[in-house]
Design a protein around this ligand. Structure first.
Ligand code: ASP
Length: 417
């Protein structure tokens, strides 16, 4: 099956899943056969198996692919330059994203005149977020196997990079190991292709289940908050990234977005940047023409430290909560929000719902009530799906722009229909 027809099928699966889920939610969820068996068993089981197969690929794929990429680079200086560019791009775009979000939220002022009794407040207990010092120490695994077993991305990335560098330095033995890794990499990529074939069914079940369970009543009192987050996400994805891609690489922006569509749908339906890593690497290499040495490094790194969509939610949520509680924030506090949210995004994993945990840290920083988070949990699932799609788009945009600047982008592949 070619990539185009698979994309069409995935799109179709998402649409039909959304429509069916919506219909079930409104008309049929009172029937226990529908709510327990169809949604609770069939959709749930198939959807979870699909997400697990994706997650299953993440650790071996990141390790193998990153070792191959680093070994192929063959130059520690180049690696440092790539890393430097990536961190600069990731932090810069996150700061831009949250600035856009705060500006829009201050102008539109969602939450002003909000009636606290109009919404069901759910329980929210914030988890302790790790300190900056601990986050830095945690970059280095004391046991790479444990890091892999626990799926800790940053320590895994650090170990893979060092392993790749050692391959380059180990002469003949290194060459032999590199050849093996290249073969493993080809096999892993094939596994991604196999799992992609099941994507339409998996995505259909995930989306249908979410929409069947998503109570739409929760939206009304929070509509202004929801719409501001959604609007800024759209602006960042379809205005900021295109401008950056055009300015920094001169590439055709339309092609980028067309080829990103299936990856965005994966991110949307799983709400996890991590689970989307295998598909994003495969798409960035095979369809956008980015060399493995860049994609294998920049994509997993981005899935871990780059969360523009999440930062947007946090910016709007901060202003919303301040408005609801009638607290005025000073310019200094806004700047603190920008800084904290940008830095916080580094230490947070790309899994569903984690943005809210980081939000607790941001609110604490400026002395806003953390319980405010309970107000917005009801609409967070859908926003989580949307912001994850933006997060992974940022990762692929970075990989494409950096690859172009390093002469590691095959323009023929990029422009191929
Ligand atoms: N679900 C998001 C991601 O994986 C993180 C978040 O905002 O909760 O990128």
């Amino acid at each position: 099956m070619n990539a185009k027809s698979l994309t069409t099928q995935i799109l179709f699966a998402m649409l039909i899943g959304g429509i069916l889920g919506g219909i079930l939610n409104i008309f049929l969820m009172d029937i226990s056969f529908v709510s327990d068996f169809i949604v609770g068993d069939v959709f749930h089981v198939i959807g979870q198996i699909f997400v697990k197969t994706l997650k299953m690929l993440v650790v071996p794929l990141v390790f193998i692919s990153l070792v191959c990429g680093t070994a192929a680079l063959g130059d520690i200086k180049k690696l440092g330059r790539l890393g430097g560019k990536a961190v600069l791009f990731y932090l810069g775009t996150t700061a831009l994203a949250i600035t856009l979000a705060i500006t829009a939220a201050v102008v539109i002022a969602p939450g002003q005149g909000f009636d606290l009794s109009s919404t069901t407040v759910q329980e929210f207990t914030p988890k302790e977020s790790p300190s900056v010092a601990q986050t830095i120490i945690n970059l280095v695994p004391d046991n790479p196997v444990a890091a892999m077993a626990e799926g800790q991305m940053l320590p895994l990335i650090v170990f893979s990079l060092l392993f790749g560098i050692a391959i380059v330095m180990a002469g003949e033995s290194g060459k032999r190991v590199e050849q093996h890794f290249n073969s493993y990499n080809a096999v892993m990529m094939q596994l991604v292709v196999i799992i992609m074939k099941f994507a339409p069914i998996g995505i259909f079940c995930l989306i249908a289940k979410t929409f069947a369970l998503q109570g739409f009543e929760a939206f009304m009192p929070l509509l202004s908050y929801f719409l501001v987050v959604a609007a800024v996400l759209v602006v960042h994805a379809f205005v900021s990234y295109p401008i950056l891609i055009k300015m920094l690489s001169g590439l055709n922006v339309g092609v980028f977005f067309k080829k990103m569509r299936p990856v965005q749908i994966f991110a949307f339906s799983t709400a996890s940047s991590n689970a989307t890593i295998p598909i994003n690497i495969e798409n960035t290499e095979k369809r956008l023409g980015v060399d493995n040495s860049v994609a294998s490094f920049i994509i997993p790194l981005g899935a871990t430290i780059n969360m523009d969509g999440t930062a947007i939610m946090q910016g709007v949520a901060t202003v919303f909560i301040a408005n609801v509680y009638g607290i005025d924030l000073s310019l200094g506090q806004y700047l603190a929000v920008i800084l904290t949210a940008t830095l916080a995004s580094i230490g947070t994993a790309g899994v569903p719902g984690v943005g809210l945990i980081m939000l607790a840290m941001v609110l604490n920083q400026v002395g806003l009530p953390v319980e405010g988070i309970a107000l917005i949990i009801g609409v967070d699932r859908l926003l989580d799906m949307m912001r994850t799609a933006v997060n992974v788009t940022g990762d692929a945009a970075a990989a494409t722009i950096i690859a172009k600047s390093e002469g590691a982008l095959d323009q023929g592949t990029y422009n191929k229909q």
